[in-house]
Design a protein around this ligand. Structure first.
Ligand code: CA
Length: 217
């Protein structure tokens, strides 16, 4: 899953990035509203964490621009506790959720996960398919009840494919949702990750449809 973190305060921005990357998310960051929109128009995000008080363009203006395109990207806004009206204005402008500062990182992560879940028909925090069980809150995968060790990228690929079970996911789409902008798109590195993942799973769990992409039944 790929996130855009928009926050002007450098220490918070990098703490959020580190926290989400550690959990296996792909994360891009922006320090002001204009940069956020530039990234938004050139990439694909599953959720945006948007601070309200930003230089150049504030969070509300960014949100208005995002919603003009009638995008269904999930947006959670962050604001200082003293600004009581922010929550109402934010939700009216099209935010999906709101979190007051200061907050605990794990609370933000739980809310982001809840928002991402609403996009898909996944129930709760577990995905079961065949012999596999994914615990999305813990980012753990079990095969016949035994945990299998996946790298963060392998986990990210598997989670994305399972959330889109029954549809063909192209390599391009995988890259967009599992890698951040720091990734080198000109390499076939992602194929290496997909192949390594397939080797750890029962045969044919992930089907490779030549010229189209990957598929989980
Ligand atoms: Ca701010």
């Amino acid at each position: 899953m790929k996130l855009l973190v928009v926050e002007d305060e450098q220490s918070l921005r990098s703490a959020l990035r580190k926290g989400f990357v550690k959990l296996g998310y792909a994360v891009d960051t922006a320090a002001d509203g204009e940069e956020a929109l530039e990234l938004y128009y050139s990439s694909v995000y599953d959720a945006i964490i948007l601070d309200i008080n930003l230089p150049k363009m504030d969070g509300f203006e960014v949100l208005k621009e995002l919603r003009k395109e009638n995008t269904d990207v999930r947006v959670i806004i962050l604001s200082a506790r003293s600004e009581l009206d922010d929550k109402i204005v934010g939700l009216d402008t099209g935010a999906n959720d709101y979190l007051a500062k200061p907050f605990h990182f794990m609370e933000l992560e739980a809310r982001v996960r809840a928002l991402l879940r609403r996009d898909f028909s996944t129930q709760g925090t577990e995905i079961v398919t065949g012999r596999l069980l994914l615990k999305t809150a813990l980012k753990k995968v079990y095969l016949d009840g035994i945990e299998i060790n996946l790298t963060k990228k392998e986990y990210g690929i598997l989670e994305y494919l399972l959330m889109h079970k029954g549809t063909i996911v192209s390599g391009e789409e995988l890259i967009e949702h599992v890698w951040d902008n720091e990734a080198d798109m000109f390499t076939n590195a992602f194929k290496v990750h997909v192949n390594a993942l397939r080797k750890k799973l029962p045969r044919d769990t992930i089907k490779n449809i030549r010229g189209q992409g990957y598929y989980v039944e």
